[in-house]
Structure formats: C-alpha cells, structure tokens
Design a protein around this ligand. Structure first.
Ligand code: 4AD
Ligand code: MG
Length: 454
C-alpha cells in the first residue's frame, strides 16, 4: 500500500479508512488497553499518534519495539480526541523495520545539549530541533532560487577545483594526487597547483560579462585558523554578479535577498520557527519581523568608525580608521547602535581584496558588508574594478602576478563594463533565521578546524 507522509496525513481534509505511515517512534506509552506510539518521519515537526489495541495482531507485530525503532503503521485515520492533533491512526497492521536498543540508543526522550548532539550528527536530525532546522535550511535554499529566478538571474555553476585565489587571503586547501614527499607540481594531476575554491566570484564575473545577471549557490572552502562559532571550513555561499551596475544596486539586491528569504521562511516554516522562538532564542519571530519592517541602515566605513570611536563600549580591539572591523564591532553596530541590520560601505582599500573598485578618493574601495544583529557579517560584496590599468596595478600592489590572472584581465580588455556582486554566507543567514549561535549547528555535517567526523 502507498505511503502517506505524516505532514499530509495531519493536514487531511477527511478521515480515511486506511492509510500507511512510516517513521521512527519518538515515544511509546503502554496502557492497560492499548499502546500509544508517536511517530515522526521528518516531513514536519508534529508527530502522528498511533493507537495499537492490546491483543491485536498489530500489537503482536509491534512487540517490544521502543523509541527510535523504524515502523510502518497501517490503519484508519480518525479524528483525535486529543487537543494537540486533529488526526490519529488506529493501527491494524504494523511492520517493524528496525529496532533501536533502549540501552544504547542515544536519543532518549530528554533534553540533549547542542554539543552532545554535534557528536552524533548522524542521528541529531531525528530530534525536533534539528529536523526543524534542516527543513528551514531547505526552505531558505528554495527561497534563494525563487528570488533570483523572479529577477531573471541565470544560475551558473562555478568550479570547485581552481588554480586562482579569489580573496588572496592565502587560506586555501590544496588538492593533490602526488604521493607524500613528492613536491613537484609539474608531476601533479593538473601539472600545476590546484586548490579548493574560496569563492566562485571570478568565474561568476566572467559569466556575468556575457549573460548580464548570474548567480551561483555553491560550497566554498576556507582553511582559516579562526576557530570561531561563525567560521566553517566548508560552507555554502550565494554569489550574484551583475553587469552594467554599481554598488548601490548591489546593496539593494543584498537587502532584498535577505528580506525575501526571511519572509518566505516566516510563511512556510511557521511551526519550525516557533520552536526556535520558544526554546532557542526568545523573541526571534519578533526580531525577524522587525527586520522586514524598515530599510537597513547604510553608513560609510568612516562614519562607522566615528560611531564606534565615540561609543562608551570597551572593545577588545580598539577602533582606528584603516582597520578591518571585528565581529565585536560589527555586532555592536547592528545589535546595539542601530538595532537593525546595517550596510557599511566604502572600506579602506588596504584591507580589501584586489578586485574591488577604487573610489576617486584613492583611499577607499566601493565595497559593502551587510551586518546583522547577533550574527555580524552576512554579506560581503563590491563593485568590481573594471579599468584594466587600475586592476593590473592593484594585482601588483597585492603581490600577485598579473599574468596568472590573464583571463580575468581579458574581461577588462574586451567589452569591460561596470559590474558588481556579493557573497552571502548561507549558514550565517541560517544563524540569523533560527537564532542558533554556532555555525556547526546549522549545517548537517560541519567541517571546522580540527574536526572531520562523518
Ligand atoms: O566576504 P567574503 O570573504 O567575500 C567573498 O568571498 C567575495 N568573493 C564574495 C563575492 O563578492 N562574490 O565572503 C562572503 C560571505 C561573508 O560575508 C560570510 O557571510 C561568508 O561568506 N563567509 C563564511 N561563512 C562561514 N564560514 C566562513 N569561514 C566564511 N567566510 C566567509
Ligand atoms: Mg567579508
């Protein structure tokens, strides 16, 4: 018999003589006349209650199956007398696919800390919280695609294996097939050094300079040593790139994207988000709605520095013009000063990558970061340097060999045009959406410094 997902069974319009539900037992209670099993199949937060009468064939088949067991339950979908759910299943046939030994199954019905669950990432998706989290993640990804599709951006797939360092921060993972000890890159698979990409931007620029508006949504890899709750070694980035435009449109796009994803999550993941509002981050829903309610603040970097300098907050890193803003500064600006996301633009040239467009003041570049309360930087982007001579000298200034960027420079030799784009850290956005404070808990199998389990 065909299976019904629990989400569909719970939303059924009418009772049904026979449905078949498959899932994992979340609870089991044995009473004098029957057993109650709460079943969950991951399709939604709510369990469906199954009632198995004593002395029936179904109960014999159920046997001693306990919390964690995988079951198929066939029976009538009937109105539930309980207030919590509309429908329940009166079982008349049960198949136990797999038992879970109550002595050793780690997910007994009690509170488990995020740290504990991280150690069993292969099982944590069976908890209410992580099921909700990964459904919100899926909905957010759908919303990203819907947003760009509506705006006629073309999805592009940029390479994961690359020879070029986009950010120039030297935080790349090397990829090699050379036996250990062999150092000659000429003998390697690609006969040259190969790395995992830190960003698809340079290739996205090439594609935008022919297709106009493109975006990629792909994994990025960074070997930064910073063991923080905001950095993962493998994370997902959304990178739109637009030709014939400037920094202002880029800011507008970033703000609209963030708002659209939040709005869609509020519409489609209401129950899942409510769990986070109740148990993870009180006030989350109010805060998300407030983000939608008014435009993001916008300030130049110089102004941000002035505001930070005149604040009476003690920062671990004192603020001076020319420094990169640290998470403590980003969070203070968004969380306490503006109490709203803020777009900081026109950063000092010295602290930003070679590809950002130099402003006329020769001191700053047309960069923008979107900073959010609690999370800090979620989006980083810029207008790109479209002038061949300026870009070439920027490459030299930042210690790069222009010849190695020959194809990137070609984009400025042939039909160059103003263009801009950004990268949005998808996990950072999920942290904002769920109130989770550690990036390790918004990606199913996190890869961070010193950890490569699963
Ligand atoms: O600011 P970033 O480094 O910008 C770029 O990589 C540009 N090439 C993007 C572009 O313009 N196309 O990274 C973009 C975003 C950051 O704002 C942050 O949200 C996220 O990527 N990010 C990370 N997320 C998780 N773990 C890390 N280690 C991250 N590094 C950056
Ligand atoms: Mg950045």
């Amino acid at each position: 018999m065909q299976k019904t997902l629990i989400v569909d069974a719970l939303n059924a319009d009418t009772a049904q003589d026979s449905v078949r539900i498959c899932g994992w037992a979340r609870t089991r209670r044995d009473l004098g006349t029957c057993s109650f099993i709460e079943l969950n199949d991951g399709s939604c937060l709510t369990n469906i209650q199954c009632i198995v009468d004593n002395g029936t064939a179904a109960q014999a088949a159920l046997g001693s199956a306990a919390v964690g067991a995988a079951l198929s339950v066939t029976g009538a979908l009937v109105p539930s007398p309980g207030r919590e759910q509309r429908w329940e299943v009166r079982a008349n046939e049960i198949v136990v696919f797999g038992q879970a030994d109550p002595e050793t199954y780690p997910l007994q019905k009690k509170h488990h800390s995020d740290e504990f669950l991280r150690g069993i990432a292969h099982l944590r998706v069976r908890t209410n919280k992580y099921g909700a989290l990964f459904r919100i993640r899926a909905q957010a990804a759908q919303a990203v695609h819907a947003f760009f599709h509506k705006r006629r951006f073309i999805l592009v797939h940029t390479p994961i294996l690359t020879g070029s360092d986009c950010e120039g921060a030297g935080e790349m993972f090397r990829v090699t097939t050379l036996p250990s000890g062999e150092k000659n890159p000429g003998k390697d698979f690609f006969t040259r050094q190969c790395r995992l990409t830190v960003s698809g931007q340079l290739e996205a620029e090439a594609l935008a300079m022919g297709m106009g508006r493109v975006y990629s949504f792909a994994p990025a890899f960074r070997a930064d040593n910073s063991n923080t709750p905001r950095h993962a070694a493998e994370f997902w980035m959304v990178e739109p790139e637009m030709a014939f435009t400037d920094l202002t449109e880029c800011m507008e796009l970033g703000e609209s994207l963030m708002k659209y994803v939040i709005e869609q999550a509020l519409v489609h993941c209401e129950a899942d988000l409510r769990l986070f509002d109740n148990f993870v981050d009180k006030g989350l829903l109010t805060r998300l709605r407030a983000i939608l309610a008014k435009p993001f603040a916008r300030i130049a970097y110089a102004e941000a520095v002035r505001i930070l300098e005149s604040s009476d907050r003690h920062f671990v890193f004192p603020v001076v013009f020319g420094m990169d803003l640290q998470t403590e500064h980003e969070r203070w600006l968004a969380e306490e000063h503006f109490e709203h996301p803020v777009i900081v633009y026109d950063y000092p040239r010295e602290i930003k990558p070679f590809y950002m467009r130099c402003n006329d003041d020769k001191e700053t570049v047309a960069a923008m970061d979107i900073l959010a309360p609690r999370t800090g930087e979620i989006i980083g982007g810029s207008q790109r340097e479209e002038r061949l001579d300026v870009l070439t000298s920027r490459l030299r200034e930042t210690g790069k060999e222009p010849d190695e960027y020959w194809w990137y420079l070609d984009l400025r030799r042939f039909g160059s045009a103003p263009h801009a784009g950004f990268g949005m850290g998808f996990e950072r956005l999920l942290m904002l959406l769920t109130g989770m404070s550690n990036i390790r808990d918004v990606i199913p199998f996190p890869r961070t410094h010193g950890t490569l389990e699963f």
